[in-house]
Design a protein around this ligand. Structure first.
Ligand code: HEM
Ligand code: HEM
Length: 234
């Protein structure tokens, strides 16, 4: 059976750590974006360290996490992504659904992760020396030319983030209205309704326990906090 008339079954798709990672990342990025000036630069800085923590966690979870969260399961080449995109307009959910990210979405995930990592990393070397007199924690360890380059990237890269996030959100809404697939709901609740004929595909996902993800997240937070504290003290 195809289309809207197909029988649907509720399946579990995303583990708790992936969902926590996603919405915490969105909150941290929006907070950092909102607070990049004046007296609230300290909140900007904290939001930035949260992003660093989350990206570090996601890289580790991409190797040890649930099977559909692993990079090997969703990072495919550009040709696979293109052939997926060619099938997208007419393809049914039976033909197009993946346990994790589809091949085009998977590439986008890598782009998003890289962009937010670059933003947070360059922030460590960014200064504001006309009004706030704020230095990122690693500014004093590098030559001023290098810090200036990082500062420049910090101001330019945010525009790439705007573009990538806009595309990302439009795609998610597009699936909802044009393909009747609620990927957003799945990223919130972890579950999604799919045609019963393909439910078995999702039954093969090997979920890792949430406590393991949370433990890794806390460890990443401790590493980031430790490095920043040492850098500020040094
Ligand atoms: C600052 C803004 C955002 C960033 C940086 C971002 C980043 C990401 C990343 C890195 C992933 C991969 C998740 C993982 O595998 O761990 C992802 C997935 C996803 N995001 Fe976002 N996101 C943002 C905003 C949003 C918003 C506002 C929505 C909802 C409208 C959304 C909907 C989704 C959905 C549905 C997925 C899963 C896609 C799939 O099923 O393959 N994202 N996002
Ligand atoms: C992913 C996390 C981050 C995001 C999204 C972000 C975003 C931004 C944005 C949008 C600006 C203003 C750019 C402009 O005016 O053209 C900015 C400036 C700045 N950021 Fe970040 N940032 C992040 C992380 C960090 C971190 C970790 C630090 C330092 C520890 C930092 C330090 C600064 C400084 C010092 C400025 C200059 C403020 C000014 O010129 O008024 N940022 N950031």
């Amino acid at each position: 059976m195809h289309g809207d008339n197909a029988q649907k079954t509720k399946i579990r798709q995303w583990d708790f750590p992936v969902r926590l990672f996603h919405w915490a990342l969105v909150t941290a990025i929006v907070t950092a974006w909102w607070t990049n000036q004046e007296a609230i630069i300290n909140i900007h800085e904290l939001a930035g360290y949260t992003v660093l923590t989350l990206v570090l966690f996601r890289i580790i979870w991409g190797f040890v996490g649930s099977s559909n969260a692993r990079f090997t399961s969703f990072v495919k080449g550009p040709f696979t992504a293109l052939s997926y995109l060619r099938k997208l307009p007419k393809g049914s959910e039976e033909e197009l659904a993946y346990e994790g990210h589809n091949p085009a979405g998977g590439l986008m995930v890598i782009v998003l992760l890289l962009l937010v990592a670059v933003q947070a990393f360059t922030g460590l070397f960014t200064s504001e020396d006309t009004f706030l007199f704020f230095d990122g924690p690693l500014v004093k360890y590098v030559p001023s030319g290098f810090a200036n380059t990082m500062n420049y990237i910090h101001h330019v890269n945010i525009n790439l983030i705007y573009i990538a996030v806009a595309l990302h959100v439009v795609a998610a809404i597009g699936y909802l209205f044009l393909k009747n697939e609620n990927l957003i709901g799945a990223m919130i609740t972890g579950s999604r309704k799919v045609p019963t004929s393909i439910a078995a595909r999702f039954a093969s996902i090997n979920f890792k326990p949430a406590w393991l993800g949370l433990l890794i997240m806390v460890m990443c937070g401790a590493i980031v906090a430790g490095v920043i504290t040492l850098a500020r003290a040094g």
